[in-house]
Write a new protein. Structure first.
Length: 663
């Protein structure tokens, strides 16, 4: 109606673009009405590029001053939301080329000067003068309540977002909507997507194209919760590579069919780069850790050779006649050497645990006998400090279980040694209780209790951490490197158990570990117990056997030779594999083979010896080594060795081996 009036008034107007004249022509009354009306009224040039007139409602509704619009009429078109802009432009063009009778009716959304998205309705008619369009006259009305509508806020949010939002019609592959973030991220115009819906794919990095499909929705399952996400790189027109994380969701029609697909694409380049940096840092740290472990393993191996000499010589000296002073001095050497050895063993075990090289055996063991032996081995330490060392095994604790005897021993020895170390008077007790048992397995709890110095509450938390010691370096009353409990925890964890500690300062501590065990099937295998030692008098042992030692290290040669001669053996020495192979093996009852020889390693040397023997007499061969991983041990047996003797050589172990293989 109002446009009709405007139209009539304008008819009286000469073809001029001067607002002043329009005002004159409109007449003061009608001009007043239009000027202050709450709807927007405007008159534009036929190409829409210029405002001849616009009323003040525009300032209230859209936030621009009229002067701004007169000066920069493109503000309006630029403010139209991206996915409506083309529609509006096209409608204008169609309108321009249309007939006199045509009118323009348009719905679109626009971002106001204050950033609000508002839905508008345009209604306009052309003014013709002598068949020539001289102006367009129209109104702009806000669609009811639109500016407050939540969806408009979302639309605004999406328009401003750096994340790409898109909607696609899957039937005809049309791009229904895409926000302006696409242009920024892809570096391509969103217009092109309208004519070439797959143009986004042109930017996908050539290396990623094979596993990125153009169709986003192929993997959707209609019946499940449907999100499909993928990651790929794009190679932008400026040569920059960006990582994209894309998520898409199906849009269902009323009939439940997938009709479209909505999605988002985010630039995750920074995250990917950060993750890559972290991964690299982790790899570097792991490599450094591996290098440290290798170094520690190598060091403890190297330290064993001189330690072998010290302990070996001490044992040989111990066999000779010594005066009281000398006996005392020798005891100090032996004790210090044994302490060093225990430390080296801990370091080696720890490095093996760290790099996951420590293997666990499943062997049949008599738990009661193992505990008895353990207590008797550790008793001298307790006696020295006048402590009451005792153990208690509850009745329902299974005696015959399957586990790794050496590791159980190691765990309990560590806990018992600590208890003795940190207790000055009173008792140390080992208690074993059964927590659960069925036909095939049982769970046992081992508790070591002492009446020692106890641990401060604040220090308890980190007690199982490696290199953790409660005393400060300069105020130490007990020695140690803080590896014992870390090893206990690692071992228990790896065996599927758990550790715990409770303690009261000045009263004592309780360390416990819970461990699962398989029960032995008593009907099947015969019981294989760890060899028991100590009852016989080894001092008396004499063997009338001939032994070959293959060893390149002069000190080790000497110690092994002296120890073997001491127990009655006739000993010959080969310094390398070649010398060993040239010997007549038939005359030996036993060969000790060092694994690291200068010309060929012990494994190869043994293979050659076994080949030479063919079907003749088979001589027992025992590997001699400072440290051994379980895969090396397996290899020893594979190449035909019969046993392994660890350096430093302990006299009773040597005696046991000679008895087992040669006596
Ligand atoms: P360390 O070689 O120093 O004994 P551990 O890992 O065995 O290393 O023990 C770590 C620390 O825990 C020890 O330095 C000691 O302070 C404390 N600790 C361990 N066992 C006991 C205990 N039974 N009583 C009191 N303190 C203990």
């Amino acid at each position: 109606m109002i446009t009709q009036h405007l139209h009539q008034w304008y008819e009286k107007l000469a073809a001029t673009n001067k607002t002043k004249k329009i005002r004159q022509q409109l007449g003061p009354v009608f001009y007043q009405f239009v000027q202050h009306h709450e709807n927007i009224y405007w008159i534009r040039s036929p190409d829409f590029l210029e405002y001849y007139y616009i009323n003040s409602a525009v300032e209230k509704l859209l936030g621009w001053t009229r002067e701004e619009l007169y000066q920069y009429p493109e503000i309006w078109i630029d403010a139209i939301v991206l996915h409506d802009r083309e529609k509006v432009k096209k409608a204008f063009l169609d309108f321009l080329h249309g007939s006199e009778k045509k009118s323009l009716n348009l719905d679109y959304s626009l971002v106001t000067a204050s950033g609000k998205i508002i839905s508008l309705k345009d209604n306009a008619v052309p003014i013709f003068k002598e068949k020539q369009c001289v102006a367009i006259i129209g109104t702009t009305l806000p669609v009811d309540g639109s500016s407050n509508h939540a969806s408009e806020f979302f639309r605004y949010f999406i328009e401003k977002s750096n994340t790409v939002f898109w909607i696609k019609n899957l039937k005809n592959n049309d791009q229904i909507y895409i926000n302006s973030a696409y242009e920024k991220l892809w570096g391509l115009s969103s217009e092109r997507l309208k004519t070439h819906p797959d143009s986004w794919y042109e930017m996908v990095h050539p290396e990623d194209k094979p596993h990125v499909s153009k169709a986003p929705l192929l993997e959707f399952d209609k019946d499940s919760e449907h999100t499909c996400s993928r990651q790929y790189r794009i190679l932008k027109p400026d040569g920059k590579v960006r990582w994209i994380h894309e998520k898409s969701y199906p849009v269902f029609s009323n009939t439940g069919e997938i009709s479209g697909c909505a999605g988002i694409a985010e630039d995750i380049t920074e995250d990917v780069l950060r993750e890559k940096e972290l991964r690299q840092a982790k790899e570097t740290a792991e490599k450094a850790n591996q290098a440290k472990s290798d170094f520690l393993a190598m060091m403890s191996h190297e330290l064993r050779t001189p330690l072998n000499a010290i302990l070996g010589m001490a044992q040989i000296l111990n066999q000779s006649k010594l005066n009281r002073d000398q006996e005392g001095q020798l005891e100090v050497i032996t004790q210090a050497g044994n302490h060093l050895l225990a430390l080296l063993n801990d370091i080696l075990d720890f490095t093996k645990l760290e790099v996951g090289k420590l293997k666990f055996e499943d062997e049949n063991l008599n738990l009661y006998a193992l505990i008895e032996k353990l207590i008797s081995d550790i008793m001298p330490q307790a006696k020295k400090k006048n402590l009451a060392l005792s153990y208690f095994i509850e009745r329902d604790v299974a005696q015959y279980v399957i586990s790794d005897a050496k590791r159980i021993q190691q765990i309990l020895t560590n806990l018992l040694s600590n208890a003795i170390k940190y207790t000055e008077k009173g008792h140390v007790k080992l208690k074993i209780t059964c927590l659960q048992r069925n036909n095939t397995e049982t769970t046992l709890c081992f508790t070591v209790e002492d009446s020692g110095i106890g641990i401060e509450k604040t220090k308890i938390d980190g007690i199982f951490r490696r290199f953790q010691q409660i005393e400060s370096l300069y105020q130490r009353t007990h020695d140690g490197v803080g590896l014992g409990l870390a090893i206990v925890k690692e071992l228990v964890d790896r065996m599927g158990g758990s550790t715990a500690v409770s303690s009261e300062l000045g009263v004592g501590s309780q360390f416990s570990c819970i461990l699962p065990f398989m029960l032995q099937n008593m009907g099947s295998e015969p019981l294989k117990l760890s060899p028991s030692k100590g009852l016989e008098n080894i001092q008396e042992c004499k063997f009338n056997v001939t032994v070959l030692i293959v060893e390149d290290n002069k000190i080790n040669q000497k110690i092994a030779k002296m120890m073997l001669e001491h127990i009655g053996c006739k000993v010959e020495v080969a310094e390398n594999a070649e010398q060993a192979l040239n010997k007549n093996h038939l005359k030996y009852d036993l060969i000790f083979m060092d694994l690291g020889l200068p010309d060929m390693d012990g494994f190869q040397a043994v293979q050659h010896i076994r080949l030479k023997e063919c079907s003749g007499k088979r001589i027992p061969i025992v590997a001699m080594t400072a440290h051994i991983f379980s895969h090396d041990k397996e290899r020893c047996f594979e190449v035909g060795m019969d046993d392994v003797l660890l350096k430093p050589i302990m006299r009773d172990e040597l005696v046991a081996i000679v008895r087992r293989w040669a006596a």
